[in-house]
Design a protein around this ligand. Structure first.
Ligand code: NAD
Length: 266
């Protein structure tokens, strides 16, 4: 049986699937046979991803932080497809008004902290809450975390704290539902060159990121999609409760590596 059939007969929900990593994952699930519910806050971008997939895809507009909208999104998926096998909880608030203001902790606007937590963390919990009861043995959950949940930085403490909490949520979910044959893992990407990332990153910032990596190339959304679909597939049937870092080796080494790279040494 070919790899293209890993999700034949399966149904997947992907949140934040209107662009970037979520879109690439939704396209990959569909290419491998899944019927996909494309969930996003942005109605037009959800519709665009669904159109890229074609006939079988369902576009659902929902704010993942709002329980009634999550409940309705899951119900729409069941109404359309009659079953649910995979949840990829991937949405995060990356807007200028929230992520862009997640700066020094001393100046933290509590509204920025709360919105980050309610979208990035509560949103994942709500989708787990409303999808696990519908899953049978073989069901799989993948959360999109980040290397920001593993390492400190001089900004984005709310974002990084939410991403760290997702790693814990992964372990709790795996432990609670493992006996039912339901798995839960997360992926922790470093820089991923989505269209948005390409647009906002200056050449200087890209060079800094390159110096942090050990591999020459930055990750593309399709690289994350390959990992997410592997973790959601039966090929990963023995893997649960884990966070897999996908970062070109950014977190594989001591800081001296980046300093030497930046100084032009090999
Ligand atoms: N791109 C990177 O370098 C990178 C690195 C590490 C982790 N990540 C994570 O990957 C995931 C996807 O990020 P991306 O880079 O593809 O960003 P993106 O902005 O392209 O995609 C995020 C999507 O989530 C949607 N969204 C935002 N708030 C929402 C809400 N409340 N409800 C429903 N949908 C909502 C947006 O409309 C958007 O379509 C995020 O969890 C992000 O934290 C990205």
């Amino acid at each position: 049986m070919g790899r293209a059939l890993r999700f034949s007969g399966r149904v997947a929900i992907v949140t934040g699937a209107g662009s970037g990593i979520g879109r690439a994952c939704a396209l990959r699930f569909a290419a491998e046979g899944a019927r996909v519910a494309v969930v996003d806050l942005n109605e037009a971008s959800a519709a665009e991803t669904a159109a890229l997939i074609g006939g079988t895809a369902l576009a659902v507009t929902a704010d993942v932080s709002q329980e009634e909208e999550v409940r309705a999104a899951v119900a729409a998926t069941i109404e359309a497809y009659g079953r649910l096998d995979v949840l990829h909880s991937n949405a995060a608030v990356l807007s200028r008004s929230v992520y862009g203001r997640d700066l020094d902790l001393v100046d933290m606007d509590v509204a920025v902290w709360d919105r980050t937590m309610e979208v990035n963390l509560r949103g994942a919990m709500l989708f787990i809450k409303h999808t696990v009861p519908l899953m049978t043995a073989g069901g799989a959950i993948v959360l999109t975390s980040s290397v920001s949940g593993l390492l400190g930085d001089t900004d984005h403490a709310a974002y990084g704290s939410a991403k760290a909490a997702l790693m814990s949520l992964t372990r709790y979910t795996a432990t609670m539902y493992g006996s039912r044959g339901i798995r839960c893992n997360s992926v922790a990407p470093g820089l991923v060159l989505t269209d948005i990332a390409r647009a906002v990153m200056t050449p200087g910032r890209l060079a800094e990121k390159a110096a942090e990596r050990v591999l020459p190339d930055a990750c593309e959304p399709e690289d994350v999609a390959a990992l997410v679909t592997f973790l959601a597939s039966g090929e990963a049937r023995c893997i649960t409760g884990q966070t897999i870092v996908i970062d070109g080796g950014t977190t594989a080494h001591r800081p001296e590596h980046a300093i030497r790279q930046a100084n032009g040494a090999s």
